[in-house]
Design a protein around this ligand. Structure first.
Ligand SMILES: N[C@@H](CCC(=O)N[C@@H](CS)C(=O)NCC(=O)O)C(=O)O
Length: 239
């Protein structure tokens, strides 16, 4: 059984979707990053980087509990554990790993910065241009790749697709459509036709509603205050 300690952000949904696709037994433990759950000592023992997602596998390698952070590493682990969505053929496997790393190293951080500056620092035009332009460039990389390959990693559906899909749900806000990004749109629609993707999306909405109800009346933190975050981490790890 896998416990997913998380919130349904794109990084959280990557793991939810993988768990749904594999059919493994799992449960979601809600970690509200808006009220600071990620800085609690019990979460820091699972993810020392005070982020979601983290997993606990109750039947880890060699038996017993095994804990992991970093969504890309978690997808790789779950693929090896279940024997699904990571081909055994060496070329396909390494192609998949490349596109998984591409998501983790580029799509996540750059799309995340674009969202941040568009939402929280609208007056910072330099940063907004930098990350919005980079986001569009990355959509073009996806478009070019999907013009050559049916799925991102190779000719099979893999953890590279699972990792990338939740980050691309906002493609319309970027002007990414069928006319200019036809290969990307073909892939995106194939993703949305998958029953596990549909279950993931419905579950994400339910979890979000449950978490905002549970947070009613609780003090929130300013997650964007990086100095406070450094101090919260010291407090969370000093007990
Ligand atoms: N590279 C990490 C990124 C995780 C991440 O940035 N998580 C965000 C939500 S999507 C978070 O937990 N933020 C809370 C914080 O920064 O305090 C991964 O892929 O797991």
């Amino acid at each position: 059984m896998i416990e997913l300690h998380s919130s349904p952000t794109p990084n959280g949904q990557k793991v939810m979707l993988m768990l749904e696709e594999t059919g493994i037994d799992w449960q979601h433990i809600d970690i509200n990053i808006g009220t600071g759950d990620q800085f609690k000592a019990e979460h820091l023992r699972l993810n020392p980087n005070n982020k979601i997602p983290a997993i606990v596998d109750t039947e880890g390698p060699g038996g017993g509990l095994y804990t992991m952070m970093e969504s890309g590493a978690i997808l790789f682990y779950l693929a090896e554990k279940t024997g699904k969505f990571l081909p055994t053929d060496a070329r396909k496997r390494y192609d998949t790993v490349q596109w998984l790393f591409f998501q983790v190293a580029h799509i996540g951080p750059m799309f995340g910065q674009a969202n941040h500056f568009n939402g929280q620092a609208r007056d910072n035009q330099y940063a907004r241009d930098r990350y919005n332009n980079e986001t569009l460039r990355l959509y073009r990389v996806l478009e070019n790749r999907l013009g050559k390959s049916p799925w991102l990693g190779c000719d099979e559906y893999t953890i590279a697709d699972i990792a990338t899909y939740p980050w691309c749900k906002g493609h319309k806000d970027r002007g990414v459509d069928r006319a200019t990004f036809p290969n990307f749109m073909r892939w995106f629609e194939a993703m949305e036709a998958r029953p596990a993707v549909q279950r993931n999306n419905a579950m994400a909405a339910e979890i979000r509603a449950r978490m905002s109800k549970a947070a009613e009346g609780k003090p929130t933190i300013n997650i964007y205050d990086t100095r406070d975050n450094a101090e919260r981490l010291i407090r969370g790890t000093s007990t």
